[in-house]
Design a binder for this molecule. Structure first.
Ligand SMILES: [Zn+2]
Length: 625
């Protein structure tokens, strides 16, 4: 027995030495491993830390006046081992200023004068604010350095105009506003990069700490406000009849019309004081967003998202009468939460609610979605499923979306395909996914399309950036699922989610988590898909008879370790489809030899990659001479 154990251990260590591939690790991440903030087994390290703030925000808006004003108190705690001599604040909405750098084109209706800081104070002392037009972050020296484990208080008074043209936020119509990224915030200070000083230029997304928020939104009477978190004062903001309907929706399986278009037009819904203050609370979330309107219809329902505890989540929709596709939105939202909680990613929806607001953005926020209206109800459902899936990546998992968007959009796009298969059937969902998510990358012959997925998003732009974030990253995750099998893939994914939710995870934590959770060294696969310039192009080289069957030799022209189907026609006219997982590329990523056990002679063989589209189909077919 002992000899066998020693032999096994020797062989194991020998195979690790021979086959183990190292992943490229940037120097700042290598230092985090050395410092013990992250562990090589994929877990947060014994010295892991992240900073945290509490925000107390008061906002006022009175459409059609587009000026939104607010004041806020921030208590920021420095959990890092470092003494901070200055603080970085983010003012994302300065991206609307004429002076701001932007990645895309805008119209003049998008422009505003940016965010105006009317007063800034540090620990109660008012200090001058250095207005820098168009800057989305500012470094402010502190009067007293902030020691490790100490806290500091900041206060702001501010105002800005919502833009006429609505993007991720802005005026949806004359009396409907969507407020996002609207309050001055402390930037992320983390263990690998220090302060986040990436300019927000509209294209790339965000990076936030997990904070606690209480906020109030004061609006004229007859305006409804929706927002991230729990509404604390429904009983005083709206009349009892309507508050009762909302309350009922939290336990009901039905879609409840909390406020109809007629009731809103009759101005009978809210308290009838001149202005009404709506109060909210949201804890341990990476942001809050708000919508307000005097005519948007309000529907609500709820669905059990955790079958073990019977926990329900609220699903609400806010929309104008013209957007008829939104009449089904609560149903779509409930279906999304149900399917995603129980299938992929397959952990209970991590929040208590979601509200889907009819806007223009097709954009996610914690517990809020801003979606466009569509003619095709299937497309309406498709978009909301995608945005709700973001509740896991990045909002549950603390992804740096600016830098590693492939962990945000990539995961979401992979799951979007899986729920699409459930909704639309395999064929329609696959065709949609290929056309919408994969084709652009695979048919782009330029070097930009083949930049490795691991390339920091803030160092990329254009099509290469888009492909790496969405379709290419999604087929990489789906190839990993194909390699591991559904049950093992989910087990490893849940291990990763369990380790890193509520924390700032990096790609190396994810790769290392899959390695340690699976007990396999998957670095060959990660190197291939995430760290290489490959693309998908397989070719049949030869099919030979082995006596007991056939041997198929395929060449990997593009280099990606993609799954593939062998569509075989035998001499007797019968056909068979044999699926090959990426495992065929583990030993040799240039060429694979696959044995076909059937005794029948192969007449023809076609390689069909399915959603792993092949860049060149011309060399995918073999026929016996
Ligand atoms: Zn997305």
């Amino acid at each position: 027995m002992k000899i066998h154990i020693y032999l096994a251990l020797f062989l194991l260590s020998a195979s690790l030495h021979v086959s183990a591939q190292q992943l490229y690790v940037p120097r700042n991440v290598a230092k985090a491993f050395q410092n013990g903030t992250r562990s090589m087994d994929g877990k947060p390290g014994p010295n892991y830390w992240q900073n945290k703030a509490t925000y107390n925000i008061r906002v006022s808006a009175a459409p059609p006046n587009r000026t939104v004003s607010g004041n806020e108190d921030i208590t920021y705690t420095n959990n890092s081992p470092d003494t901070l001599k200055d603080i970085v604040f983010r003012l994302e909405l300065n991206s609307h200023a004429a002076e701001a750098p932007r990645e895309g084109l805008i119209t003049s209706d998008y422009l505003t004068s940016g965010v105006h800081i009317d007063e800034y104070s540090e620990n109660g002392k008012v200090k001058p604010w250095p207005e820098r037009k168009g800057r989305t972050w500012l470094r402010i020296p502190l009067d007293q350095p902030l020691a490790s484990h100490a806290s500091i208080k900041f206060s702001f008074k501010w105002h800005y105009d919502v833009s006429v043209e609505s993007g991720r936020e802005g005026a949806i119509d004359g009396t409907t506003f969507f407020l996002a990224y609207f309050y001055p915030r402390v930037a992320v200070y983390d263990d690998t990069s220090g302060w986040d000083t990436f300019a927000f230029m509209e294209g790339h997304e965000f990076y936030n700490d997990f904070n606690d928020y209480t906020y109030e939104v004061t609006v004229p009477k007859d305006y409804i406000v929706w927002g991230t978190g729990d509404l604390l004062n429904a009983e005083t903001a709206i009349k009892p009849e309507f508050a009762e309907r909302l309350k009922k929706s939290f336990t009901s399986d039905d879609v409840i019309h909390v406020a109809t278009a007629d009731e809103l037009a009759a101005k009978t819904v809210t308290a009838q004081t001149d202005s009404v203050t709506w109060k909210w609370k949201a804890e341990n979330v990476s942001d809050v967003a708000v919508a307000l309107s005097d005519h948007f219809i309000w529907d609500a329902g709820s669905v059990i998202v955790d079958k073990k505890t019977n926990r329900r989540a609220s699903v609400q929709a806010a929309y104008d009468a013209k957007s008829v596709d939104f009449q089904k939105m609560v149903e779509y939202g409930k279906h999304s939460l149900d399917w995603t909680s129980n299938n992929f990613p397959g952990t209970p929806y991590p929040f208590q609610k979601t509200t889907i607001v009819r806007g223009f953005a097709d954009m996610e926020y914690p517990m809020m979605v801003n979606d466009s209206s569509q003619q095709d109800p299937n497309f309406t459902r498709f978009i909301v499923e995608h945005e709700i899936l973001h509740s896991w990546f990045p909002f549950h998992m603390g992804i740096n979306e600016q830098r590693y968007g492939f962990m945000d959009e990539g995961w979401t796009t992979a799951f979007e395909y899986l729920i699409g298969r459930n909704d639309l059937g395999e064929k329609t969902a696959s065709n949609l996914f290929k056309a919408f998510r994969v084709q652009h990358w695979i048919k782009s012959p330029g070097a930009d399309a083949d930049i490795p997925i691991i390339t920091p998003g803030d160092a990329m732009s254009g099509a290469g950036f888009d492909d790496n974030e969405y379709g290419k990253a999604a087929v990489a995750y789906l190839a990993l699922k194909d390699l591991l099998g559904d049950a093992e893939f989910k087990r490893c994914l849940h291990e990763f989610i369990g380790r890193w939710n509520g924390k700032h995870t990096l790609p190396w934590d994810m790769f290392n988590s899959f390695n340690s959770a699976s007990g396999k060294d998957l670095n060959w696969f990660f190197n291939n898909w995430y760290f290489s310039n490959g693309y998908i192009d397989l070719a049949v080289e030869n099919v030979t008879s082995t006596g007991s069957g056939s041997e198929v030799t395929i060449r990997n022209v593009g280099g990606m370790a993609a799954p593939v189907d062998f569509v075989i026609t035998y001499d007797d006219g019968t056909t068979e489809t044999l699926h090959q997982t990426p495992a065929i590329w583990q030993q040799n990523q240039k060429q694979a030899k696959v044995n076909i056990p059937a005794k029948k002679k192969i007449k023809s063989l076609v390689l069909d990659g399915g959603i792993w589209m092949d860049a060149n189909d011309a060399d995918n077919k073999w026929e016996s001479k």
